[in-house]
Design a protein around this ligand. Structure first.
Ligand code: CA
Ligand code: CA
Length: 252
């Protein structure tokens, strides 16, 4: 391709990478913004930057790296490929398509990022539910304490079955004896009465809280207490995600 304007000085020698970067930047600015045609474009790219002689170290060869002439050959070939620059400011070079490998890399990155975001959201939701379950346990404890103040002991769970215990607990806290009821009618979400026809207080996962009076397990003498817990996200008892009203690492 023969370009009008100033002579193609770069073809006479080599140019430093820093100068070349400046030229490419100018080319892009002219092309995308105020491009008025190949001649001006080419002149700016090819002719207006000084081509400096390589600095030399005394007694040694010219410093490297220097950009070879083929850089300008390539730049010129790109101009050819872009075609004629129109007079409008919206002219732009034809976009190069993505290769399959680039697309796959982008998809893989997006997939990984989406996975990280999803994991973060899931963990945050779980944490929020655990905090809510802790809060529910505290409110049940307050009601149970009021019951204990009236009756001298906590509601009897009837055995070690925590679900049946929770049925008994809910019934006792709804009792109208003495200063009851000890909870408001809709204060706690209840499970469906799918066992014994008697509902339990539901945890944040919709499962019954477990309640066991201390007389069914060993505690320190003269200590009145109870175990109240949610089985947590995994739905299984005695696992790390259980939310309890006691610390299993300490004696009860
Ligand atoms: Ca039931
Ligand atoms: Ca669990």
């Amino acid at each position: 391709m023969s370009l009008p304007g100033k002579p193609h000085r770069a073809s006479a020698g080599r140019i430093r990478p820093a100068d070349a970067a400046g030229l490419v930047g100018k080319c892009a600015a002219v092309w995308i913004g105020s491009c008025r045609g190949i001649p001006e474009h080419a002149a700016l790219c090819m002719g207006e930057e000084p081509v400096r002689k390589p600095p030399t170290v005394s007694g040694g060869p010219p410093r490297k790296p220097w950009l070879p002439r083929k850089f300008f050959d390539r730049l010129e070939a790109e101009h050819e490929a872009r075609g004629t620059c129109s007079a409008t400011a919206t002219s732009r070079p034809a976009a190069r398509g993505f290769t399959l490998v680039e697309m796959l890399v982008v998809i893989a990155i997006i997939t990984i990022l989406a996975g990280l975001v999803l994991a973060g959201v899931t963990a945050a939701r779980r944490h929020a539910k655990e905090k809510a379950a802790e809060s529910t346990i505290k409110r049940i404890e307050l009601a149970a304490t009021r019951y204990e103040t009236d009756f001298g002991d906590y509601p009897d769970s009837g055995g070690m079955d925590g679900v049946a215990g929770c049925e008994n607990l809910l019934e006792a806290l709804k009792s109208t004896a003495k200063s009851g009821p000890y909870i408001e009618g809709n204060e706690f979400r209840e499970t469906d009465s799918n066992r014994n026809g008697r509902p339990e207080i539901a945890d944040e996962w919709g499962r019954p809280f477990r309640y066991v009076h201390h007389k069914y397990y060993k505690v320190a003498p003269n200590k009145r207490t109870y175990r109240l817990f949610s089985v947590g996200a995994d739905g299984k008892e005695d696992t790390d995600d259980d939310i309890r009203n006691w610390d299993p690492r300490k004696p009860e």
